[in-house]
Structures are given as structure tokens and as C-alpha cells.
Ligand binder design. Structure first.
Ligand SMILES: NC(=O)C1=CN([C@@H]2O[C@H](COP(=O)(O)OP(=O)(O)OC[C@H]3O[C@@H](n4cnc5c(N)ncnc54)[C@H](O)[C@@H]3O)[C@@H](O)[C@H]2O)C=CC1
Ligand SMILES: O=C(O)[C@H]1O[C@H](OP(=O)(O)OP(=O)(O)OC[C@H]2O[C@@H](n3ccc(=O)[nH]c3=O)[C@H](O)[C@@H]2O)[C@H](O)[C@@H](O)[C@@H]1O
Length: 456
């Protein structure tokens, strides 16, 4: 099939390389000429494991092309896919201006039948709006619209697309249905065929439910901390029940990223304008933000009465999750300013996201390795569960630090292991490891260099 994809962000680009990999002819269009030049040169503007290999291979075999010229790209296409951004407005609703301008451009260039498919996450009713925006430009020219929301995750986007668990085909005509079935045929996946509104709603419902699972387990974690229970074991037990499932029961500092925060907000707005005020999802958001604050409190608590003023804090991890350089709504962007506002001197390291982080976090120091970040630090705070951090040599880490304090927002280490290495270790929803003989007035460890000397 001949496919034109408009927008080469995560969704457009990953769809482009994967659709061409399975044999379709794909032309990706973006208005950003620098991005297109970079892609033509075989370099991916996003960090995503495996993407450049597919990018180069499919450009070489001429199944994948990049251009800024929508009109030319549409000419031979059977399907035109819209994959531009739908960022949040200040009230949380989805901004549809990119969608509208692409729809109008498509309408303007329509010279033969096309199926126009929306992959961007859009509120229910947008498919109908897209139809009228196209119609206003193209008059009587025949076309169909369809909704085909995207479920890939950043960091495993190629795998998720090549092994998609399901595809939702929201259609209004037999022809649209047949074309979308043909598009998905090489993926051998389960197809759910619906109307437009149901397909659009399914995307928000899925993201809101996953966000709910995360906030739910975070609340369980907070109660576990009060009662000396271990949330990771609780999650294991819960997850073994197939009605619950083990995924997305990882307690921590709450979800971030380009989608959960914006899609939960848009879902709330959508409910409100449809006349139903959602009750669970607004609480999910509140719990999510509280989790960031709780981690900062843990860091503060570690220093007791001394507080964080003047403390040198090493932050390990900036991206909202591992295997991406995406800093959109990353927890680090909430947590680091809280730390600096309490007087902490932050030195941060991330294996991949540092370049992307600089503009969001201008007042901190960036280190080129975890060793440089932690050298002589008064405490380490872990914000992203990169493998590099899971595999840290704990003895080396301890030797680096001025005081052996680890505040772990991602539960990377076993508390007992940390105890055996002599760390003060506070994670999420698990027993807190304190250093014997250092407790006073509710404070467990004073992280001053003086105290370290006393310990050793
Ligand atoms: N990032 C993700 O992992 C996922 C995103 N989504 C949804 O997919 C949509 C796209 O998200 P991202 O790929 O992250 O977007 P993005 O914002 O990273 O990229 C959008 C791209 O569209 C281009 N663009 C904007 N207007 C254009 C126009 N008129 N003509 C040509 N190109 C234009 C921009 O230059 C940019 O390169 C959003 O609705 C998002 O919610 C859905 C699932 C996963
Ligand atoms: O609509 C989207 O854009 C995408 O949003 C998420 O994908 P993504 O944001 O890439 O990443 P996730 O793996 O879902 O993680 C989101 C956040 O939740 C956090 N998380 C995840 C799982 C968990 O158990 N605990 C937890 O705190 C992660 O650290 C991260 O900050 C969904 O998983 C995708 O299905 C969806 O397509």
C-alpha cells in the first residue's frame, strides 16, 4: 500500500519505519525542514532503540521517504495518516490547531479519493471535525475519515508497533474498513472495528486506566510505609491475579511523559464538556503530583533538622522513563526545582536525556557520568530506572559519597542489600533502612561530612 504520514514525531516516525519495514511504501511529511533533512541523512531526531537501523534500511530499499511537500506525498497515497501533536491547552483540553491545519491542507490538496486516518490522540468528535475541515477545502471530492489511535510506548516503540496487541479501526464506511484491514494485515494483530467516537474514546480510557493503576499502587505504597509492609510484594501478589495483571503496578514518583499527564487532563475536560464530571481521574492526577512531593520530603527527612540547604544532591535520571530522551512532563522537572527551592545544590546525570534536559533545568549542574554526579555528594536521588543505575556498583557508589544516603524514587535496590552495604536507604512503599546509632528526634541520619567521619 502507499501511505503518507503527516508529522514525524514519535508516532509518525515509528509508524513510518515500521509500516515500511513490513512492506508498505511510506512517505513521511513534516513542516520542520531541519528534521526532514536529518531523517534523509539517516539520523533519527528521537532516541528510540532500534529506530535508526530501520530508518536506514527502508530508505535504502526505497520503501521509506521523507519530504516537506505534502501535496507530492499525497499524490499516490491510498491512506493519509495524521500524526501531529495535540498538546494541552491551559485548561487541560486538547489543542487541535495542528490537526485542523493539517486537515485543511489535506483537503486543499485532495485530487482523488483518500482515506484520512487520525493516529494522534484526539477528543471524541474530532474525526467529525476533521471531516468538515477537509470538506470545506475540497468540495465534492470523495474521501473517508477514520480513527486509528496509537498505543505504542516510548522506549519500546518499535517492538510495540511490530508486535501490536490490537488495533482499533474506527470507521464509517466499508471502503475505509477494508483499507485499514489491509494496512494492518502484515502485523497479524487483533482488530477491533468500531465507529469513530468509540475508537477515539478507547484511547483516553486506556491511558486514564493505566494512569489510575499507577496512582492506585502509589497510594498502596504510601499506606505500606505507615504499616511496614512491602509494596513490591503486594504488587506481585495482586499482579498474579489475571483479572488485575502485573503491569503498571510499579510504585514510585508517579507517571510523567508526553501522554498520561496531558491525556488525563483532556479526558477530564472532555467529560466536563459532555456533561459528566469524572471523579476518579482528577484524584489520580492529585495522587500523582503528591508522589513527587513525598520524595522531596524523604530527602529532607534524611537530613533531619539540617534540611537540604547547602546539601550537594546527586540526581540520577532525568528522562520520564528509561530508553528515551523525552523530558516532556518528566518527574525530574517537578522534583529538581523543589530540591533547589529548599537550598539543595543539584548535580544531575542521565545516560541520554541531558541535552534535552538543559533547557528545562537551567539552574543545575550536569555531570558526564554517574561517578561525576555522585562524587562527594551528600545524598543520591534516583529519578529514572535506567539499567545503568540498576547495575551500579554499590561499594563504588558508597565510596564516592560524602554521606551514604540514597533516596530511590524507582525502587531499584533491595532494602536489605542496601543495609548490608551500610546505606541510609529510603525508597517507595518499602521499609526504610536507617543507620544504627544515628537516630535522634525522629531523624534517622545526619548527612554531614562530619557524621560520615564519625561513622567510619
Ligand atoms: N509520543 C508518544 O509516545 C505517543 C503519542 N501519541 C499521540 O500522537 C500524537 C503525536 O505525538 P508525538 O509523535 O509525540 O508528537 P510530536 O509533537 O513529537 O511531533 C509532531 C510532529 O508533527 C509536525 N507537524 C505539526 N504540524 C504539522 C503540519 N501542519 N504539517 C506537517 N507536520 C506537522 C511537527 O513538526 C512534529 O515533528 C499526539 O496526539 C500524542 O498524544 C499517541 C501514542 C504514543
Ligand atoms: O499515549 C501515549 O503516548 C502512550 O502513553 C504511555 O506510554 P509512555 O508514556 O511512552 O510510557 P509508559 O511506559 O506508559 O510510562 C509512563 C509513565 O508511567 C510511569 N510508570 C509506568 C509503569 C509503572 O508501573 N509505574 C510508573 O510509574 C513511567 O515511569 C513513566 O513516567 C502508554 O503506555 C502507551 O500505551 C501510550 O500509547
Amino acid at each position: 500500500m502507499n501511505i503518507c504520514i503527516v508529522g514525524t514525531g514519535y508516532v509518525g516516525l515509528v509508524s513510518g519505519v515500521c509500516f515500511s519495514e513490513v512492506g508498505h511504501n511510506v512517505t513521511c511529511v513534516d513542516q520542520d525542514d531541519k528534521k526532514i533533512a536529518q531523517l534523509i541523512a539517516g539520523r533519527s531526531p528521537i532516541y528510540e532503540p532500534g529506530i535508526e537501523e530501520l530508518l536506514v534500511r527502508n530508505q535504502n530499499n526505497e520503501r521509506l521517504r521523507f519530504t516537506t511537500n505534502l501535496e507530492g506525498a499525497m499524490e499516490k497515497a491510498d491512506i493519509v495518516i495524521i500524526a501531529v501533536g495535540t498538546p494541552a491547552e491551559s485548561d487541560g483540553s486538547a489543542n487541535l490547531s495542528f490537526i485542523e491545519s493539517v486537515a485543511r491542507e489535506i483537503g486543499h490538496h485532495l485530487t482523488s479519493y483518500k482515506l484520512v486516518v487520525t493516529k494522534s490522540t484526539v477528543p471524541v468528535g474530532t474525526g467529525q471535525k476533521i471531516k468538515s475541515w477537509i470538506q470545506e477545502q475540497c468540495g465534492k471530492m470523495a474521501f473517508d475519515v477514520a480513527s486509528n489511535p496509537e498505543f505504542l510506548r516510548e522506549g519500546s516503540a518499535i517492538y510495540d508497533t511490530m508486535h501490536m496487541e490490537r488495533a482499533v479501526l474506527g470507521v464509517e464506511s466499508e471502503k475505509a474498513k477494508e483499507l485499514l484491514i489491509e494496512l494492518h494485515q502484515p502485523f497479524d494483530t487483533r482488530l477491533v472495528i468500531t465507529d469513530l467516537a468509540t475508537a477515539e474514546m478507547s484511547k483516553y480510557a486506556a491511558n486514564a486506566f493505566l494512569a489510575t493503576k499507577i496512582s492506585f499502587i502509589n497510594e498502596v505504597a504510601n499506606v505500606c510505609e505507615q504499616l511496614d509492609a512491602d509494596v513490591t510484594k503486594v504488587a506481585e501478589v495482586m499482579g498474579l491475579d489475571p483479572r488485575i495483571g502485573s503491569a503498571f503496578l510499579g510504585a514510585g514518583i508517579g507517571y510523567g511523559g508526553s501522554c498520561f499527564p496531558k491525556d488525563t487532563q483532556a479526558f477530564i475536560q472532555m467529560g466536563q464538556s459532555a456533561g459528566y464530571a469524572l471523579k476518579i481521574v482528577p484524584e489520580v492526577e492529585k495522587v500523582n503530583f503528591e508522589q513527587r512531593k513525598r520524595l522531596v520530603m524523604k530527602a529532607k527527612q534524611a537530613f533531619g533538622l539540617e534540611g537540604l540547604r547547602g546539601k550537594r544532591i546527586a540526581v540520577l535520571g532525568l528522562a520520564f522513563k528509561p530508553n528515551t530522551d523525552d523530558m516532556r512532563a518528566a518527574p525530574a522537572r517537578d522534583i529538581i526545582p523543589m530540591l533547589t527551592s529548599l537550598g539543595a545544590d543539584v548535580r544531575a546525570y542521565d545516560p541520554i536525556a541531558m541535552q534535552a534536559a538543559i533547557s528545562y533545568l537551567p539552574h543545575i549542574t550536569f555531570a558526564s557520568s554517574w561517578q561525576e554526579a555522585t562524587r562527594d555528594a551528600d545524598a543520591v536521588i534516583i529519578l529514572t530506572d535506567w539499567n545503568e543505575f540498576k547495575e551500579l556498583n554499590l561499594q563504588e557508589l558508597k565510596n564516592q559519597l560524602a554521606s551514604p544516603i540514597v533516596i530511590d524514587g524507582r525502587n531499584l535496590f533491595e532494602p536489605q542489600l542496601m543495609k548490608s552495604h551500610g546505606f541510609y536507604y529510603d525508597s517507595v512503599g518499602r521499609i526504610k533502612i536507617e543507620i544504627e546509632g544515628e537516630s535522634y528526634e525522629g531523624t534517622s541520619y545526619r548527612g554531614s561530612r562530619l557524621h560520615r567521619q564519625k561513622l567510619s
